[in-house]
Design a protein around this ligand. Structure first.
Ligand SMILES: NC(=O)c1ccc[n+]([C@@H]2O[C@H](COP(=O)([O-])OP(=O)(O)OC[C@H]3O[C@@H](n4cnc5c(N)ncnc54)[C@H](OP(=O)(O)O)[C@@H]3O)[C@@H](O)[C@H]2O)c1
Length: 315
């Protein structure tokens, strides 16, 4: 059986990834920093590269689910590169994703292979099929709520610290940091959601995955205002949200839309990450080395493979 190391295996997302690997016929090898939570697994610390190298011995790929990725992405990815083993992570930290894009690898390295970052990149890539460039990409997240995990909140804190409390956006073909408040807007989601208040420029990892390989000067994310509020008033994660993600691409007066629907943004990150590993290990890739999800894979084909977890349709 093909074994895949899951770093951060006992975290909320890591557990979904372990279950999905088993379902898909892979052998998950459990890793993370706390030996007590890894009976029979391979404990390893990001401060001890040799321990990571030992954990990676004999596995075919690694999925990193341990965030903040500002701390874990580089050491785990570098260990994978040393071992010549593909690396996939679920990082939704813009600066950490950029750090990973800076690496040089002889093997596949795909950051942000999850709900935030990967999914919209695949949708935008599929929507732009046949276009050399777009003027604008808009990514609207319609969430019924958002009970974030401790890992999400920690990642958010680290990202805010890294940008000194400022916000970030991708406009005019570059990333820029701003001090003002996010614009309050409305987004006309498809039914049953309908038109909803959203926060504009609620930048997600999409602002780095998409421009990494698609020629576009504006990438803007939006999040339903309700979800942004529940994120601020975080408690226990006791309910799964439903989601509608709408991606709009515009070029020279032409517009295309793609919509993805599903439930539980953490759970669906597992089929995204595991599908990526399955494709890398079977050679169904379009790029080598470090690449964004939409750059590495045939986006339309990848999206079709996500059903029934995520259902995608042009609008
Ligand atoms: N892109 C997306 O859409 C998406 C989707 C899901 C998750 N994520 C990201 O994935 C990360 C994990 O989320 P989660 O929901 O699984 O959170 P979680 O349940 O709180 O789990 C966090 C995991 O990371 C581990 N960890 C934290 N710091 C570590 C370090 N320095 N070294 C080794 N392991 C460390 C934790 O281990 P300990 O318990 O030992 O600290 C735990 O296993 C977050 O950054 C989140 O933003 C992104």
């Amino acid at each position: 059986m093909t074994s895949v190391l899951v770093y951060g295996a006992y975290g909320h997302t890591g557990r979904f990834v372990v279950a999905e690997l088993r379902k898909r016929g892979f052998e998950p090898v459990l890793s993370g920093r706390d030996a007590a939570r890894l009976p029979g697994g391979r404990p390893a610390s990001v401060d001890d590269p040799a321990s990571l190298d030992r954990a990676l011995e004999g596995v075919a790929a690694v999925i990193n689910c341990a965030g903040p990725f500002a701390v874990t992405a580089r050491p785990v990815a570098e260990s994978a590169i040393r071992a010549g083993v593909p690396y996939v992570d679920v990082a939704a930290e813009i600066e950490a994703n950029l750090d990973t894009f800076e690496l040089t690898a002889g093997t596949a390295v795909v950051p942000a292979m999850a709900f935030f970052g990967g999914l919209a990149d695949l949708l935008a890539t599929a929507a732009m099929d046949g276009w050399a460039a777009a003027d604008e990409v808009h990514v609207a997240y319609g969430l019924s709520g958002w009970n974030p995990t401790a890992g999400t909140l920690a990642a958010g804190r680290v990202s805010r610290e890294r940008r000194d409390g400022r916000r970030i956006r991708y406009a005019g073909g570059r990333l820029e940091y701003l001090d003002d408040a996010l614009p309050a807007l409305e987004w006309p989601f498809p039914e049953p959601l309908g038109t909803r208040p959203v926060l504009g420029e609620f930048s997600m990892a999409d602002i780095v995955t998409i421009p990494r390989h698609l020629k576009v000067r504006e990438v803007t994310s939006y999040l339903t205002a309700d979800a942004a509020q529940s994120l601020a008033a975080a408690g226990e994660r006791d309910a799964a949200e439903t989601f509608v993600v709408e991606v709009v691409v515009r070029a020279g007066g032409e517009e295309r839309r793609m919509v993805a629907r599903g439930e539980d943004i953490y759970a669906v990150s597992a089929p995204l990450a595991v599908e990526a590993v399955a494709r890398i290990l079977s050679g169904r890739t379009r790029a080598t080395g470090v690449a964004a999800p939409g750059e590495m894979f045939d986006a339309a084909d990848f999206l079709r493979a996500l059903a029934p977890h995520i259902v995608v349709e042009p609008r």
